[in-house]
Design a binder for this molecule. Sequence first.
Ligand code: ZN
Length: 272
Amino acid sequence: MIDAHNHLQDEAFQTCREDIFDFLTQQQVEKWVVNGTTEADWNDVARLAERQSSVLPFFGLHPWYLHEATVGWEDKLCNLLKEYPTSGVGEIGLDKWMRNPNLPQQERFFLKQWRIASEFQRPVTIHCLRCFGRLKELLQNSITRFGALPFLLHSYSGPAELVSTFVEMGAFFSISGYFFDPRKVDKLKVFESIPKNRLLIETDAPSMRLPVELDWFRDCEYNHPGNIAAVYKMTADRFFEGDLQELILCCRRNFDQFANTSEKVSDNSSRE
Ligand SMILES: [Zn+2]
């Protein structure tokens, strides 16, 4: 199993990180994509990658934290991408749901980060809330100016009608346990439109909690990364006729396409 998107560097995990590492290893979670959100957490993400080879680090500026960026952020990002040759760029994005969104500023940071990702030929992880039409235009602009890259629309909550356009641009889509809440049935249904070869699974831990009856760690204050196994199980039941192994193989192939990790993924496959 692969968790395509989480935030293990979050301080919520400060006191239990070693237990989480042990649990994920026991559960044969072979890759954990850990996303930075602001310059201040990039070193924590890098340290996790040093500590645990299953961690694939992504470094980026999330739309909620753009005001924290310092003058030298671009150089710092480039240096980290150089230092970690298998790393990606993320999480970046557009967010119209947040309080007082400044979309022109978000777009400027998006373009700059796409340009850097393109320079280093790295995959990109994208957060988007309530502005998928604008994201489509921004991606078209980014690709025209700096070239196409594989990108992940994590916890995709956009319309089914845009799926094929995003697929043509190079999109992968990840599903999180949060969408299995009965109140989110419309969002879950959109995943019926997503081609199987573009699907990935994520927890977004510590965010995006599962509905309590499906949460394997319901006593935990936050979404526990170990829930990745629960999300795989629910997704297999809903979209793969219960065939968990088929889903695991499918996502491993897709992840390989997204993150270009064929060597590492096939090395790990002998563990199963
Ligand atoms: Zn996230």
